[in-house]
Design a protein around this ligand. Structure first.
Ligand SMILES: Nc1ncnc2c1ncn2[C@@H]1O[C@H](COP(=O)(O)OP(=O)(O)OP(=O)(O)O)[C@@H](O)[C@H]1O
Ligand SMILES: [Mg+2]
Length: 500
């Protein structure tokens, strides 16, 4: 019998069968990956392990004893801890206080011993070889990546027997990711069961000794991590071979400059950015994280008021607000690092979210043409293969990746000609990624101009027609054609302000 065993676990949400008799096994000492398409049921399964969701049928056995966690706290007391992509920290408390939250470190008088909390945090950080982070600063002042790291520390602080990482690396820099993978391996080697969920197959194959694949609420197989090729794993996930992830590049870029940016400045974050984005072009934006890429996108969309000139089709425009940007024909799809904030109204239906910005288009004399709206939403759902039971379902009940697709549909409906796509494929499964890249290609062919930021080097290399590398608020390299290589992008990334 395996150390952690789930048998015939079934879970329905209304009409949605999220898990259909799932079996799962993992042993102490291994990092066990759990992968599957968006909506396959991974997070639901994890929520059952952690007591956030009750199964309709089936059981979970941990070290020979039934585990029927009634709440995350209950699960924690049985040694099950999880890090989710949605963050759970208290912003007003310090890093150290968050790490020991509800694991009181009391003085003899019964008050919380700050000294003890601080000392224990230092010790824990030392033991985990934690990236440098001041235990005394308030969580509110941390970046999303840093918060994610604190979540990990908090989960590990209780010395769990099972540690679950559900897309915990999505906001992290490559360096932090490799630290976390290393930590996962070390903890497993120390006897923990580590369950690792990610859409990044390279990470999964690097860290996992075994991989369980979920498809459509079923467990469809288990493979040895290193033994299976990426192709084989993807085929198991999708139930078919993925012909290709990246569509062929096409020379659809014209000479016409759709968006011209000159000397764009914002505080010390943007130090004079120059860019020409042509019609029919996919221009990639690369560089290390936090070099001004986000500020560039937000400035172009009127969220930040940057100085400099912006021209659309050769005409200078003032982009003083997102409304002004949309009116000028610039649309932004931003997947913020914190998914709960991605500009979707989670309790509202998919239909309402998709058409939120464009209701005008099918209202006549204040009345909505519901039929047209429904048709439009239906098209959007088909175009991006959004998995749902009904367009009337709240967006919040879709799986993470499918929520992301709703963000894209929203953008496409605005009919903006300049599309700003910021980290759009994060948390999206490979099959859907391929669909998104194909969609981008089609849009470029139709004459859209696409500015595309990704933290994934391979995406930039295989999808973008040209790549602008940004370092310290300036463009330090502009690569085209054969020159778009990992090596060149990385070199320009650390060029630090010297012109390329
Ligand atoms: N509270 C809920 N109400 C209704 N349906 C739900 C709810 N939670 C999950 N679902 C549905 O259950 C299915 C499985 O969702 P789940 O979040 O487990 O997928 P996932 O494998 O984690 O996907 P992703 O990779 O996108 O995170 C999806 O179809 C989802 O829409
Ligand atoms: Mg999930």
């Amino acid at each position: 019998m395996a150390d952690l065993e789930a048998r015939a676990v079934t879970k329905r949400f209304g009409g949605v069968l999220a898990l259909d008799g799932v079996d799962f096994e993992a042993d102490a000492g291994e990092v066990h990956a759990l992968i599957g398409e968006n909506g396959a049921g991974k997070s639901t399964f994890i929520k059952i392990l952690t007591g956030a969701v009750r199964p309709d049928e089936g059981e979970v056995v941990l070290f020979g004893e039934p585990l029927a966690a009634r709440s995350p706290r209950d699960a924690a007391s049985h040694g099950v801890a999880a890090v989710f992509q949605e963050l759970s920290l208290v912003p007003d408390l310090t890093v150290a206080e968050n790490v020991w939250f509800r694991r009181e470190r009391l003085t003899p008088l019964g008050t919380i011993s700050r000294r003890r909390v601080r000392r224990d945090t230092r010790a824990l950080f030392g033991r985990l070889d934690f990236p440098p982070l001041d235990p005394d600063i308030e969580v509110r002042s941390l970046s999303v990546a840093e918060r994610q790291l604190v979540e990990v520390a908090k989960a590990v602080a209780g010395d769990p027997r099972v540690l679950i990482l559900d897309e915990a690396t999505s906001a992290l820099s490559p360096k932090e990711v490799s630290w976390l993978l290393d930590l996962a391996r070390r903890l497993a080697a120390g006897g923990m069961i580590v369950v690792y969920i990610s859409h990044r197959l390279a990470e999964v194959r690097e860290v996992a000794s075994r991989i369980t694949v979920f498809r459509n609420g079923h467990s469809v197989g288990v493979t040895e991590g290193a033994a299976a090729s990426e192709d084989e794993i993807v085929s198991m996930m999708l139930g078919r071979r993925l012909e290709r992830l990246y569509p062929d590049k096409e020379a659809t870029a014209t000479e016409a400059v759709a968006l011209r940016v000159r000397d764009l400045r914002f505080g010390h974050r943007l130090r004079g950015i120059d860019l020409d984005l042509r019609e029919g072009e996919i221009l990639g934006v690369g560089g290390l994280q936090g070099q001004g890429q986000l500020e560039l996108f937000l400035s172009l969309f009127g969220v930040l008021r940057a100085r400099g000139t912006i021209e659309l089709d050769g005409r200078p425009v003032k982009i003083s607000s997102p409304r002004a940007a949309l009116a000028a024909g610039i649309g932004l799809a931003l997947v913020p690092e914190d998914r709960q904030n991605q500009g979707l109204l989670l309790p509202k239906s998919v239909r309402e979210n998709v058409t939120l910005a464009v209701t005008k288009r099918f209202s006549r004399r204040g009345l909505l043409d519901l039929e047209r709206e429904r048709a439009l939403v239906g098209d959007a759902i088909r175009q991006l293969s959004i998995v749902l039971s009904s367009p009337e379902q709240p967006v919040g009940s879709l799986s993470g990746g499918n929520q992301q697709k709703v963000v894209i549909s929203k953008l496409l409906l605005t009919r903006a000609k300049v599309l700003l796509l910021y980290d759009l494929t994060r948390g999206v499964d490979v099959g859907t990624k391929g669909e998104i890249f194909q969609l981008m290609r089609n849009l470029a062919r139709e004459g859209y101009a696409i500015l595309f930021f990704s933290t994934d080097l391979q995406e930039l290399i295989h999808v973008a027609d040209r790549v602008a590398v940004i370092s310290d608020g300036s463009v330090t390299g502009l690569l085209e054609g054969e020159a778009i290589t990992e090596d060149r992008i990385l070199r320009a990334s650390v060029a630090g302000g010297t012109a390329a």
